[in-house]
Design a protein around this ligand. Sequence first.
Ligand code: T3D
Length: 260
Amino acid sequence: MEYTSIKFSIEKNVGIIKLNRPDVLNSFNQDMALAFQHVLDECTHNPLVRAILITGEGRAFCAGQDLAEVISSEGPELQRIVKEHYNPIVLKIRTVEKPVVCAVNGVAAGAGANIALACDITLAGKSASFIQAFSKIGLIPDSGGTFTLPRLVGIQKASALMMLGEKISASDAEKMNMIYKSIDDDQLMNEAVLLAQKLAAMPTKAIGLTKRALNKSMINNLNSQLDLEEELQTEAGKSFDYNEGVKAFLKKRPPIFKGE
Ligand code: T3D
């Protein structure tokens, strides 16, 4: 399927998704939100894809909702935007049992910031920034931000960031554990692609189950989490890659994982 507002390719088992509305800082209109959902579905179901990389075209990662679309009489209304655009995107990123890397190549504002934070491993170029822009236009943070951000940085910092809507640099985002790492701009894509390729060559089944366990750890108590680890470890132990990993270790050779 051809998309204009999203660029999508599969290279070395990595599904590379590029938000592609650079003239408006990759802000989301309906077309881009639905195309994003389609490519996330393709990444989920295509066994050739064993890791996903999300980034933006041009000087920004994503400036959140296209504000011109919401005031247009033909544009979708606010409730539909949240329910049909952002909620499915965040759920697809969180529930795909494959690692999702995000390379934040410039400003990430509003829904753009919270989608970046919903990814498993978020890298950002040193000149990138994060803005919980919602309060500045009289909205509340969406795209899972009120769930994700306090868990990453704690309730005090999340409250300040969300109420004030101030711009946070990539280095500060790293210091407060909002993202995994900030990287020199000219190295960002190279490092992000290498990281995604490395993950794509790893035991995808076990990584997917790890993600399931981490998702549940947000809401489970210790007893439930220990039960879940027992169940998922049993499942991982039946995989080809577990067998291969142990054999390769004992024979002192590199493992060749299939992702199964
Ligand atoms: O219905 C709903 O609204 C519910 C959903 C909510 C989810 C949300 O995401 S709400 C938050 C929406 N986003 C924002 O409020 C951010 C708006 N943008 C900005 O504050 C600034 O653009 C940035 C801080 C992100 C970047 O500033 P700067 O100075 O680097 O760039 P700029 O000059 O402001 O923007 C460049 C162009 O992109 C400009 O167009 P022009 O003048 O070249 O024709 C600007 O209008 C356009 N642009 C940037 N952000 C958006 C946008 N156009 C539409 N929507 C945007 N969000």
